[in-house]
Design a protein around this ligand. Structure first.
Ligand SMILES: Cc1cc2nc3c(=O)[nH]c(=O)nc-3n(C[C@H](O)[C@H](O)[C@H](O)COP(=O)(O)OP(=O)(O)OC[C@H]3O[C@@H](n4cnc5c(N)ncnc54)[C@H](O)[C@@H]3O)c2cc1C
Length: 467
C-alpha cells in the first residue's frame, strides 16, 4: 500500500482565458488538476469577428485544450458541461451526452465566463445571433455571405435591399469591429464578384442605444471610431433602441419616441452579456454570496466566495469593482487564484492572502484594416500605430506558434490584398442552431418554424444533446 499522502486536487471549470491560464500557472505545482469544459478548445474570443468575416479559420483561434496542455503532466482535461457544484461534498458534476462524471476537489477555480444577453428578449436570438462561440461566428459567416448570394438571385428591388442591409446591434468593441469588417468585405473582397448586384451597395447599419460609439473607451476614441466608420460608409444610428426583431427586420425606437422599421435579413447582436448560470448556483449555495445585475458573483477580496476560501471565481464570472470583462481581468484573476492555491500548499492561511489587485494594461479595438483605437493609462490614440499595437498584442496572446504563423499569413492576404482565405460557409452553419431549437421545441413553435423555413426533415433529426 502506498504511504504517499494524496495530492491536492484542483478542479478548474472552463477553458477560456481564466481556465487555461489558471491551469498553466499551476504547471509546476505538486497537485492534480482536472480542467472541465463544455467546449474542447481554448477560444480566443477577441478574434471571433475575423472568423465570422472570413479572415481566419477555427483552428487559428481555437486550439484544442487537450493539445495545449499535452505536456503538462499534472493536468487532465475533461469534456463536459458542469451541471452541479456541491460545496459541502466538494464535488463537481459534469455531463457529456448522457454520461455523468463526478470530480472531487480540494480547491476549485470557476471560470465559466459570460454569454449573450438579450435583456429578457431571448427570442431575438433566433433572428440575431450573438458573437460568443465558434458556432455563433460560423453561423454569422453563413448569414453574411448567404445574404449576398440570395441578393444575387432576388427578383425584386425591395428583397435585394433587405438582403443587402446588415444591422449590427451594439456599438461596443465587437459591434465596431464587425461593422467595419462587413463593410470591408463588401467593398474590397466581394467587389466585382457578382453579376446582378454590386456588393458595394450593401448598407451596414450600426445601432447603439446609448449616445456614443465605444462609450466605455471615452469620447475621444469614440469620436475617432465614429468618424472612421462613417468614412467607410457605415451608417451609425445613436440613441436607437431595438424594441423588436424578426426574420425580415428590426424595429427601432429613437430618443424622440419615433418608432421605425429597418428591413434587414442579416442582424447581429452584440449589445449585452450575462454571466454563466453557475454564478447564481454558487451564490445560492454559499450563504451571504450575491450576484450583481449581470449574474456575476460578488467575490471576496481574494476572489473566493464567502465561507469557502478554496473556491475561487475568476474572469467574466467575477464581479470586482474596476475590473472590466476583458481577457486581462480573467488572466490576472486566474493567476492570482493559482498563486493563492500554491501559497496554501506551503501553509499560508486564507486570511493572510493579500487582496487581488487588478493592473489595467489598457484596451483597444480595431475599426478597419490599418485603423484601431488604443487606450493605455492616460494615453489615447487612434490610427495606424494603434492598429500595429493591436496586431502585436493579439499575436502575442494567441496560443501556439503554428496559429501565430498561419494568422500572420492570413492577415497579409486580407489586409494587403483584397482576398480572404476563409470564405467557405455551409447551409448547416446557418440552420443547425435553429433546427436544434426546433427539435427541442418539438417542432411546435411556429415562429421558429417560420425562421427555419420549417424543413420537414429537421423534425426527425436526432437530438444529439441527449445522445
Ligand atoms: C466577440 C468578443 C470580443 C472580445 N474582444 C476582446 C478584446 O478585444 N480584448 C479583451 O481583453 N477582451 C475581449 N473580449 C472579452 C474576453 O474574451 C473575455 O473577457 C474573456 O474571454 C473572459 O475569460 P473567461 O475565462 O472568464 O471566460 P471565457 O473565455 O468565456 O471562457 C469560459 C469557458 O467556460 C466554459 N464553460 C461555460 N459554462 C460551462 C459549464 N457549465 N461547464 C463547463 N464549462 C463551461 C466555456 O466553454 C469556456 O471554455 C471579447 C469577448 C467577445 C465575446
Amino acid at each position: 500500500m502506498s504511504t504517499q499522502p494524496a495530492r491536492h486536487r484542483v478542479v478548474i471549470i472552463g477553458s477560456g482565458f481564466g481556465g487555461l491560464f489558471g491551469a498553466k500557472h499551476l504547471r509546476h505545482a505538486d497537485i492534480d488538476i482536472t480542467l472541465i469544459s463544455k467546449t474542447s478548445t481554448h477560444l480566443f474570443q477577441p478574434l471571433l469577428y475575423q472568423l465570422a468575416t472570413g479572415i481566419l479559420s477555427v483552428g487559428e483561434i481555437a486550439p484544442a485544450t487537450r493539445l495545449v496542455l499535452r505536456k503538462q503532466k499534472n493536468a487532465q482535461v475533461l469534456l463536459g458541461e458542469v451541471i452541479d457544484i456541491d460545496l459541502v461534498a466538494k464535488t463537481v458534476t459534469s455531463e457529456l451526452l448522457n454520461m455523468r462524471t463526478v470530480t472531487p476537489f480540494d480547491s476549485l477555480i470557476v471560470a465559466t465566463g459570460a454569454q449573450q444577453s438579450y435583456f429578457g428578449n431571448d427570442r431575438f436570438a433566433t433572428f440575431a445571433p450573438g458573437m460568443k462561440t465558434i458556432d455563433d461566428a460560423l453561423e454569422l459567416r453563413g448569414r453574411i455571405l448567404g445574404s449576398f448570394e440570395a441578393a444575387e438571385l432576388a427578383t425584386t428591388q425591395s428583397a435585394r435591399d433587405r438582403l443587402l442591409t446588415f444591422v449590427v446591434i451594439g456599438a461596443g468593441p465587437t459591434g465596431v469591429e464587425l461593422a467595419g469588417q462587413i463593410a470591408e468585405l463588401a467593398d474590397r473582397t466581394l467587389e466585382g464578384t457578382f453579376h446582378n448586384i454590386d456588393p458595394r451597395d450593401a448598407r451596414v447599419i450600426l445601432l447603439e442605444g446609448a449616445g456614443a460609439v465605444l462609450g466605455p473607451m471615452g469620447p475621444k476614441l469614440g469620436a475617432y471610431a465614429h468618424r472612421r466608420l462613417s468614412s467607410m460608409g457605415v451608417e451609425i444610428q445613436l440613441n436607437a433602441m431595438v424594441t423588436d426583431l424578426d426574420a425580415r427586420g428590426v424595429t427601432v425606437k429613437d430618443a424622440d419616441g419615433t418608432v421605425r422599421r429597418i428591413e434587414s435579413s442579416c442582424k447581429v447582436w452584440s449589445a449585452g452579456v450575462q454571466a454563466s448560470p453557475l454564478g447564481r448556483m454558487l451564490a445560492e449555495r454559499s450563504e451571504g454570496t450575491e450576484v450583481d445585475r449581470a449574474g456575476r458573483v460578488v467575490v471576496e477580496p481574494d476572489l473566493s466566495i464567502k465561507g469557502h476560501p478554496n473556491v475561487f471565481v475568476v474572469g467574466d464570472l467575477m464581479s470586482v469593482p474596476g475590473v472590466p470583462g476583458q481577457a486581462q481581468g480573467a488572466i490576472q484573476g486566474a493567476t492570482y487564484a493559482a498563486k493563492a492555491i500554491k501559497a496554501g500548499l506551503k501553509g499560508q492561511a486564507p486570511q493572510d492572502r493579500k487582496p487581488f489587485k487588478y493592473f489595467n494594461k489598457g484596451s483597444m479595438a480595431t475599426i478597419s484594416r490599418f485603423s484601431a483605437v488604443c487606450q493605455v493609462g492616460k494615453f489615447e490614440f487612434g490610427g495606424f500605430i494603434a492598429w500595429l499595437a493591436w496586431l502585436a498584442l493579439h499575436l502575442y496572446y494567441l496560443i501556439g506558434y503554428r496559429s501565430r504563423i498561419v494568422t500572420v499569413i492570413q492577415w497579409f492576404v486580407t489586409f494587403l490584398g483584397r482576398g480572404r482565405g476563409q470564405m467557405a460557409a455551409t447551409e448547416q452553419w446557418v440552420f443547425a442552431r435553429l433546427a436544434l431549437e426546433l427539435v427541442n421545441a418539438d417542432g411546435q413553435d411556429s415562429e421558429l418554424a417560420g425562421a427555419v423555413g420549417a424543413p420537414p426533415s429537421v423534425e426527425q433529426a436526432p437530438d444529439t444533446r441527449t445522445g
